[in-house]
Design a protein around this ligand. Sequence first.
Ligand code: C2E
Ligand code: MG
Ligand code: MG
Ligand code: MG
Length: 285
Amino acid sequence: RQHVVEGGGYTFYVSEMYQGYLASKALMRDLKQATEAGEFQLVYQPKIDLATQRLAGLEALIRWRHPEKGLIGPAAFIAEAERSGMIVPIGAWVFAEACRQLKAWNNAGLRMPTVAVNLSPVQLKQADLVEQFRDTLKRYDIKPAQLELEVTESTFIDDIGASSVTLQQLRDLGVCVAIDDFGTGYSSLTYLQRLPVDRLKLDRSFVTALEASAQTERIVEAIITLSHGLGLRVIAEGVETEQQLTMLRAKGCDEVQGFWFSKPLMADELIAWLKARTSTASDLG
Ligand code: C2E
Ligand code: MG
Ligand code: MG
Ligand code: MG
């Protein structure tokens, strides 16, 4: 069925657009309800230090346990959550949940490494973000150094000045900041010297292309050299094969994350995974 949309003197027949609108309205309503009903959960993916082979950190990734639709990944709802502003309460929940989990691990005597949380550009624009994070850290008695924030390059497109100021305030608080998916956005290398960040996450697309493309190899080498020159640690995401791992290690990459080591795990699965590893004892401290 076609629906008529009038505006600006034009008439469009846009059934798909209208359906999209309906779908997003429904999605927004669902997201609101999910936030209130506590349908979100975090899974954790290990990051491995290539020099020591030990667990270097975790990335917290959101999942939505929809009562009817089952498990939904972030690709299906984060963009809409950002458009509708729902990412603000959802993002606050993510940060608090990561802190709550860290506190539970701390209480259980497990020495867990830094947990990284993805931060939406929309969240970064909230005037009270720094205060909110400071309060949450305090509420759960978590040292800021146990948290890391991952931001994508798109964060800086609108206003590099304003986003840099907020990121610096977050770093002053004591949390680490990483550029996520590096190399996919409209990255300018000169950005790198202006951004207040500690780490750079090389996008999965480079890792995927590494084995087949000598050009990609050169680019990855250059990014690693440049990052090290600027005092940034480099972590490669999406490592799925031993060959990729070997190549990244040879190029001086600091850390890796990917299905080769583990997919994102629920908190209890993560503990089981750690226990099953040969270097278990050293990882768990
Ligand atoms: P990201 O931050 O770049 O996270 C890495 C994504 O790659 C995750 O997808 C992870 O499951 C996936 N991945 C990890 N290793 C491999 C691998 O070896 N191969 C392949 N093919 N994929 C791998 P996920 O969990 O579906 O998340 C997708 C994106 O959604 C994230 O990309 C991030 O941008 C966003 N996201 C996830 N959780 C949150 C959140 O709590 N808040 C916000 N704002 N965004 C989130
Ligand atoms: Mg990330
Ligand atoms: Mg990433
Ligand atoms: Mg990515």
